[in-house]
Design a protein around this ligand. Structure first.
Ligand SMILES: Nc1ncnc2c1ncn2[C@@H]1O[C@H](COP(=O)(O)OP(=O)(O)OP(=O)(O)O)[C@@H](O)[C@H]1O
Length: 453
């Protein structure tokens, strides 16, 4: 039997535009060395990675009698290119099939998924396939090829990649709105890295409006300065996990207890007594609200969700894992800050803005923001002090985000709590509606995604 053909999907505009050169000079010679047949596809427009994926799938299944065969794609670009690919090949009807194994070449800007799998501080992995090369890649390129060498070695299985599906739901039909809104339909948005609202989504939105004046990364800093004082009026409902990887039942909503160093029953939420679904409710306003199931960081050193890991068997305290799949939520609610709640409404935004920069800045210190508590004198924060936790870190099976500010906004104000960001792409929740966020485990559908790492 011949070797499988791998497909290279190359985004020429990702990051600094280096992907085509790195692939030609370093990746293709390695594939040639191991006599691995390949086809190269260059993206020509946004979302093209998805169209390329659809075409690969069509040809593969037409040529193969075993339509369930896995297909390996090497994606050279950033998280956005992988997002485009997944969105394109995902078939939510349940009829489609596709077992995709992905090799990532991190040639984008942030490369959140890759840097979570291969953190810059971790010791360099060793690979037999690397040792067999007569000309090893140069030192600046080698750290970008670990996923490729993991694929070539095949010494373990690729890691399955859960996909988050966010339904943007219109308002529930009531006798009053039934006639006015008969055509509203639900949009479902997949994401594999991050689904966020509030500050994170707002920064991405505002930074786009600054792109022409500030083409460099400083537009993110400027956007953060404009957004950090904002409060986002919404309510969140967190639900337990329903399924486990081994099918052995569901779990509870849990919250990180920094003093115990483990997840425990939620202690800053209000339990929903009226519903039998075990849900927990979080009242706003919110400043930061970010969910992920796959990454602990959004950039190589910005570790926003330290307990999140794709590896099934990490057994240090913080990673203590059951076989459940979780959505991890990192939440900041400004009115929990005594310095904010004791100030006048006019002063609150400015006071909170400083706190937001202080807390999120700690994420760059190996994710130590999750150890902060409010001090009793209310002006400063402490590390693992006696006061309330600053960052609320939850894990759950699914959640709903219900925007409560539906007013029309002025230009430049952003879209408030109706804005959601899925792997960098922005979407708007219909006015009066909500976002329902679920995790689809790869084993559930006719399709699956796995990452070589
Ligand atoms: N040929 C193309 N021309 C213009 N845009 C493209 C092209 N091919 C892909 N794109 C778009 O480029 C965008 C940026 O790609 P990507 O997100 O992978 O890189 P990045 O933003 O530099 O990295 P990261 O997402 O890791 O920060 C994607 O949204 C994708 O849709």
């Amino acid at each position: 039997m011949g070797k499988e053909t791998v497909h290279l999907i190359v985004n020429p505009v990702a990051g600094h535009g280096k992907a085509p050169e790195v692939v030609a000079s370093h990746v293709i010679p390695i594939l040639d060395h191991f006599s691995i047949p390949y086809k190269q596809h260059i993206t020509t427009a946004p979302r093209d990675a998805g169209h390329i994926g659809q075409s690969i799938s069509k040809h593969h299944h037409a040529a193969s009698s075993e339509s369930g065969d896995k297909i390996t794609v090497i994606i050279a670009g950033g998280d956005g290119t992988t997002h485009d690919f997944i969105e394109g090949v995902l078939d939510l009807t349940g009829k489609g099939q596709g077992q995709w194994e992905i090799v990532i070449l991190p040639l984008g800007t942030a490369n959140a998924l890759y840097s979570s799998l291969f953190p810059p501080s971790a010791p360099s992995p060793t690979y037999n396939s690397l040792k067999s090369l007569s000309h090893p890649p140069p030192d600046d390129i080698l750290p970008k090829l670990y996923s490729l060498f993991a694929y070539l070695d095949k010494s373990s299985s690729p890691l399955s990649l859960p996909i988050t599906l966010t339904s943007l739901l219109p308002p529930e039909a009531t006798p009053a709105n039934q006639e006015t809104d008969p055509c509203s339909s639900t949009i479902v948005v997949p994401s594999h890295v991050v689904l966020s609202t509030s500050l994170h989504a707002s920064i991405l939105q505002i930074s786009e409006t600054l792109r022409s004046a500030h083409p460099g990364p400083e537009r993110f800093r400027l956007a953060a300065q404009q957004s950090a004082s904002k409060f986002f009026d919404a309510k969140a409902k967190l639900f337990p996990t329903m399924t486990t990887i081994d099918g052995s039942g569901g779990g509870e909503v849990e919250q990180w207890d920094l003093r115990k160093g483990k997840f425990v029953k939620p202690f800053t939420t209000t339990t929903l007594h009226t519903e039998k679904d075990g849900g927990h409710i979080l009242d706003g306003p919110f400043a930061y609200f970010l969910s992920t199931s796959t990454v602990d960081r959004l950039e190589p050193t910005f570790v926003i969700s330290p307990p999140t890991s794709l590896h099934p068997d990490t057994s240090t305290d913080i990673h203590a894992q059951s076989k459940q799949r979780w959505i991890y939520l990192t939440v900041l609610r400004p009115l929990r800050d005594p310095a904010v709640s004791s100030s006048s409404p006019e002063e609150r935004g400015e006071i909170w803005s400083k706190r937001a920069f202080e807390v999120l800045g700690q994420a760059y210190q190996q994710g130590s923001h999750i150890n902060l508590t409010y001090s009793t004198n209310a002006t400063a924060t402490e590390v693992k002090g006696e006061g309330e936790v600053v960052v609320e870190l939850f894990r759950c099976g699914s959640f709903e985000w219900i925007p409560l500010d539906n007013q029309q906004r002025q230009e430049g104000e952003g879209d408030g709590s109706r804005l959601v960001c899925a792997d960098g792409a922005l979407h708007l929740i219909p006015s009066g509606g909500r976002a329902k966020v679920d995790l689809r485990d790869p084993t559930e559908g006719g399709w699956s995604f796995a990452i070589w790492a």
